[in-house]
Design a binder for this molecule. Structure first.
Ligand code: IPM
Ligand code: MG
Length: 372
């Protein structure tokens, strides 16, 4: 029998709760490796503060090379108070921005899906949230995060001036727009494009380019334009009106934190960052939980590994075309939540508190049951 070659996944655990949630992702990868058709070569590399301590840089060349040679990268989290005083270029967060930029991961998919068992875990009313399933597509390698000029200068009178620049070009807008329209076709068929065309020239360009793209190539998809401030309000007022939201780097950063809270906890939210489709049909891709390194609870077994495990499910779907395995993982997570197990961030009265490791083991036990 000939075996299909193993898929190369690089696991970057990082800092804070990163290593703890990475352990649970590794547990699920091992389960898949033993029980499902696709085999994995899982390797690990340093990133963030951990990499800085070991090598003097948050994104060592060896890590970049491992990422470039892989089918997909799975990242825990980076950062912590001990590295906050470092020069900007050496901060752990620069490693994430470096990976995004160097791998050209321009499309960031941030789904917000409310599991039935958690529809009353949010600070919003359950009837507003029940059954919610929306996707924010955030442009990830352009806009004000990377625009030039940037910097801080001292003026002749001794006061200082800080500058960042919002800049978008036709190709940057269109490639992320195309990802949004394509995803919408496989979902609810509706895209909201979000900018501030009322005050920003780059927002006006964004609106025109997205409309032209839709009219030329995606006329079957319903398109709405919305100002970013209104979108923030509509997300908490009536989130069910949204299917796919596509927006700039900065607005996507803000709006995806709002959509995260709709689901009850940041600890539930996965993300995918995708590059362009190559000729062989593959694309660079990075998968990570939306939550950060949460240094305040690191090392205590309190972290919720679900966002990390769901990021692995996104990896299976978007990089390995293993949709059935992705669905299996999502179903296992839903069933474990239905059974009442909860990490601290989503604990409610009467339910069973469990540790990070217990949650990971419960998900694997449920996978065993579903796959039996
Ligand atoms: C995110 C984070 C990052 C960002 C930080 C850690 C650089 O907030 O992924 O949303 O601003 O993009
Ligand atoms: Mg953010």
């Amino acid at each position: 029998m000939t075996m299909a070659s193993n898929r190369r996944v690089v696991l970057l655990a990082g800092d804070g709760i990163g290593p703890e949630v990475a352990n649970e992702a590794r547990r699920v990868v091992e389960w898949l490796d033993h029980r499902r058709s696709v085999g994995f070569d899982l390797s690990e590399a340093l990133i963030g503060g951990a990499a800085y301590e070991a090598t003097g840089h948050p994104l060592p060349d060896a890590t970049m090379e491992a990422a470039q040679g892989s089918d997909a990268v799975l990242l825990g989290a980076v950062g912590g108070p001990q590295w906050e005083a470092l020069d900007f270029s050496l901060r752990p967060e620069r490693a994430i921005l470096g990976l995004r930029k160097q791998l050209d991961l321009f499309a960031n998919l941030r789904p917000a899906k409310v599991f039935d068992a958690l529809s009353d875990a949010s600070s919003l009313k359950p009837e507003v949230l029940r059954g919610l399933d929306l996707m924010i597509i955030r442009e990830l390698t352009g806009g004000i995060y990377f625009g030039e000029p940037r910097g801080v200068e001292t003026l002749p009178d001794g006061t200082r001036r800080g500058v960042n620049t919002e800049v978008y070009t036709t190709p940057e807008i269109r490639r992320v727009g195309a990802v949004a329209f394509e995803l919408a076709r496989g979902r609810g068929g509706k895209v909201h494009s979000v900018e501030k065309a009322n005050v920003m020239e780059s927002g006006g360009l964004w609106r025109e380019e997205i409309q032209e793209l839709r009219d030329a190539d995606f006329a079957d998809v319903e398109l709405h334009h919305m100002y970013a401030d209104n979108c923030a309000m509509q997300l908490v007022r009536d989130p069910h009106q949204f299917d796919v939201v596509v927006t700039s780097n900065l607005f996507g950063d803000l709006l995806s934190d709002i959509s995260a809270q709709l689901t009850g906890s940041l600890g539930m939210l996965p993300s995918a960052s995708l590059g362009a489709l190559g000729s062989g049909g593959s694309r660079a891709a990075l998968y990570e939980p939306v939550h950060g390194s949460a240094p305040d609870i690191a090392g205590e077994g309190k972290a919720n590994p679900i966002a990390m495990v769901l990021s692995l499910a996104m990896l299976l779907r978007h990089s390995l075309e293993q949709d059935a395995d992705a669905e299996l993982i999502e179903r296992a997570v839903g069933n474990v939540l239905d059974s009442g197990l909860r990490t601290a961030d989503i604990l409610q009265p009467g339910l069973t508190p469990v540790s990070t490791g217990d949650m990971g083991r419960a998900i694997c036990a449920e996978l065993d049951r579903l796959a039996a």
